[in-house]
Design a protein around this ligand. Structure first.
Ligand SMILES: C[S@@+](CC[C@H](N)C(=O)[O-])C[C@H]1O[C@@H](n2cnc3c(N)ncnc32)[C@H](O)[C@@H]1O
Length: 235
């Protein structure tokens, strides 16, 4: 019987995204990558106990966000804002009003979307506080999230998984950073797996995909995609 493993799905999805997004290449290199690089080079913007996403993750988030077309975007772990810029930039290219919220206990960038032009009427908020407090606030609006990026630790004592299960629907795309070994991505994944059974895990995209755009980089961003979004095709 056909077995679709996380790494087989990763290879299939990443190659498909790259094939279908060739027209985005110059936007990535001319708009997003310079924003990323200037932040990484600005030592005043960073803390010693944390780090930003890799270039491979930047590209993975950009391509998936562009393809998924989320309008309601939620993130845990703003830090210097590279991941939320990437997701926002991909989504903004469809010119639909965006609603973005990213939380951090200790953000290092007051304006994480600087340099990204959001469609008219869009809202963007940096929530200063924990994932638990942000999820509690979001539950009140009773709106399922289109795309969620977890680059912080889900808090067991805050009951984050239970709160999240009220915010995720069977169409939410979930991205998880640090999906290697025992790092936080896999810890978050194992917590989420217990709460949702509508999604399939996709490993971080392989290095050879980034080489197709002449990038020597890697990604630690895994995805949970709704099983209902996959289809069999004749070609
Ligand atoms: C690896 S950094 C995020 C990098 C960021 N995504 C970027 O692209 O620059 C992780 C950040 O998440 C924050 N964080 C971790 N767990 C959190 C939680 N449960 N609630 C709020 N913030 C959290 C930390 O303070 C840290 O600044």
């Amino acid at each position: 019987m056909l077995r679709l493993t996380p790494s087989a799905l990763s290879s299939t999805l990443s190659n498909q995204l790259l094939r279908e997004s060739a027209h985005l290449r110059s936007l990535f290199f001319e708009t997003l990558l310079p924003i990323y690089t200037s932040r990484v080079l600005d030592k005043n913007l960073q803390r010693e106990d944390s780090g930003t996403i890799s270039v491979g993750s930047l590209l993975s988030l950009f391509l998936t966000s562009y393809t998924w077309k989320p309008t309601y975007i939620v993130e845990v772990g703003t830090y210097i804002g590279n991941s939320i810029s990437s997701i926002a930039f991909g989504a903004s290219l469809h010119n639909r009003k965006l609603d973005i919220i990213t939380c951090d206990n200790q953000p290092c960038n007051q304006n994480p979307l600087k340099g990204i032009e959001l469609p008219e009427g869009s809202k963007a908020e940096v929530f200063l506080g924990s994932s638990t407090d942000m999820f509690k606030k979001l539950i009140k609006s009773n709106q399922p999230i289109d795309m969620l990026h977890l680059d912080g630790r889900l808090l067991k004592h805050g009951n984050d998984t239970e709160l999240l299960s009220q915010l995720i629907s069977d169409t939410t795309l979930i991205a998880l950073d640090d999906c290697e070994g025992c790092e936080k991505g896999h810890v978050n994944l194992s917590l989420l797996k217990r709460a949702i059974n509508t999604h399939a895990f996709i490993s971080p995209f392989p290095k050879d995909v980034f080489q197709k755009w002449n990038l020597e980089t890697h990604s630690l961003t895994g995805f949970l995609i709704p099983k209902s979004s996959a289809s069999f095709s004749w070609q």
